[in-house]
Design a binder for this molecule. Structure first.
Ligand code: SF4
Ligand code: SF4
Length: 394
């Protein structure tokens, strides 16, 4: 191990990791049963024993350079086999939370992971701002909850209550902020993962489809876990498909999706699919967390609950708005719409860049960088072999 690897050990890191859910790290005595159990661990990227060691030694800088925590899909097999109950699966999850907070340059992520008060407080603050926006005077553009009462109570006119052009602009601004925050955090992650390695740009370009494929499918998950891999992977795939469709409908197709009166538009059918898979998969996740049976659900950090609960509430209020609108019930439509926005906006602007949702970008990025590096090493050793053979022939 080079000197660089021993720079800045943090003797309090075991303690710090507890804040992120890594309660049992200290019990590990480095037997490596976990690594030999893990179906995703490879010779080149061995985990989780290595990461347990780095964390025990407080080598935080090395963790920032290591894709290992993101290559774990948390099947829990290693935790079941660990003879010391050191729970390596959950410790890897805790490392991912820690890394997420390290990538975030605003410091909000650290605050939120460190305290339920801050996490709920920040979400609530954004929700209050959203509700206040709907209560602003009519001159600003919003309808019902204002002095002039612009939206009629005799029939539903959602676009008078929340003019679609204004909401559409709000969506785009929100998506832009979200993109900037998430990408800047991802850039910090990328700089850690590639520190000290020179990789030609052409290798990144050649492997880019790998990044897109992994990002969309997260296919490695199906090989994770002796019992639950395919089921968990499919559940996650449906969840992501519902989330992606809903996000696209809201950010790109809102003028078609947000219909003013009781008519049903073609976008409604995509919305039905997204709602069904979002409600179904989040209920499934919540029930599994309550039962605490599967390895990945045995321990739940507060953020693990928040993730499915927010999606569930967003999908539920979304379909209620639709039902009230089609049933031509003005007041329930407007009120539920406001509640829906007060859930969706904080969920997107707070949870995606600063919370658990960042994994949708961080994980494929780690898999991508690992693949690029391994391809570069492969071709370097091939070149060395060819050079060797050429030398022997001289
Ligand atoms: S986490 Fe458990 S199985 Fe893994 S090295 Fe430590 S003691 Fe061994
Ligand atoms: S939780 Fe599963 S994927 Fe993660 S390290 Fe353990 S065995 Fe490997």
């Amino acid at each position: 191990m080079s000197d660089r690897n021993l720079v800045n050990p943090d003797v309090n890191f075991i303690q710090e990791l507890k804040k992120y859910g890594g309660q049992s790290l200290k019990k590990c005595f480095q037997c490596a049963t976990c690594t030999s159990t893990c179906p995703l661990s490879t010779e080149e990227n061995g985990f989780p024993r290595k990461q347990m060691l780095l964390a025990e030694w407080g080598l935080k800088d090395r963790l920032l350079e290591d894709p290992g925590p993101w290559l774990c899909f948390y099947c829990g097999d290693c935790s079941e086999r660990c003879p010391r109950n050191a729970d390596p699966g959950e410790t890897m999850m805790a490392m991912r939370r820690y890394l997420t907070s390290e990538y975030d340059w605003t410091g909000l992520s650290k605050l939120m992971y460190g305290s339920v008060f801050w996490e709920v407080g920040i979400l609530a603050a954004v929700a209050v701002i959203v509700v206040l926006l709907f209560m602003l005077p009519h001159d600003f553009g919003f309808g019902l909850l204002n002095r002039s009462g612009a939206a009629p109570l005799s029939t539903v006119m959602l676009n008078r209550f929340a003019p679609v052009d204004i909401v559409d602009w709000g969506d785009r601004i929100m998506a832009a902020i979200l993109g900037v925050l998430l990408l800047s955090n991802a850039a910090r992650m990328f700089s850690g993962l590639t520190r000290g390695e020179k990789v030609p740009l052409t290798s990144y370009i050649a492997q880019f489809p790998h990044f897109v494929f992994q990002g969309i499918t997260q296919i490695r998950w199906k090989d994770c876990g002796s019992r639950t891999g395919i089921t968990n992977w499919l559940r996650h795939l449906f969840l992501v498909s519902g989330y992606a469709i809903m996000f696209t409908l809201v950010v790109v197709f809102l003028p078609w999706f947000q219909v003013s009166n009781s008519t049903i538009h073609w976008t409604s059918f995509l919305g039905y699919y997204a709602t069904i898979v979002l409600l179904g998969s989040t209920i499934w996740i919540i029930v599994d967390r309550m039962k605490k049976q599967k390895g990945m659900h045995r321990f739940s950090h507060f953020s693990d609950w928040l993730f499915p609960i927010l999606i569930f509430l967003a999908a539920l209020t979304g379909i209620l708005v639709h039902i009230f609108r089609v049933a031509d019930m003005p007041m329930p439509t407007y009120i539920t719409y406001t509640i829906h926005m007060a859930i969706v906006v904080p969920m997107l602007v707070v949870e995606v860049p600063f919370g658990k949702w960042g994994h949708l970008l961080y994980r494929p990025l780690a898999i991508y960088v690992s693949a690029v590096k391994s391809r570069v090493r492969e071709s370097a050793s091939q070149e060395a072999r060819v050079a060797d053979r050429a030398l022997q022939q001289i």
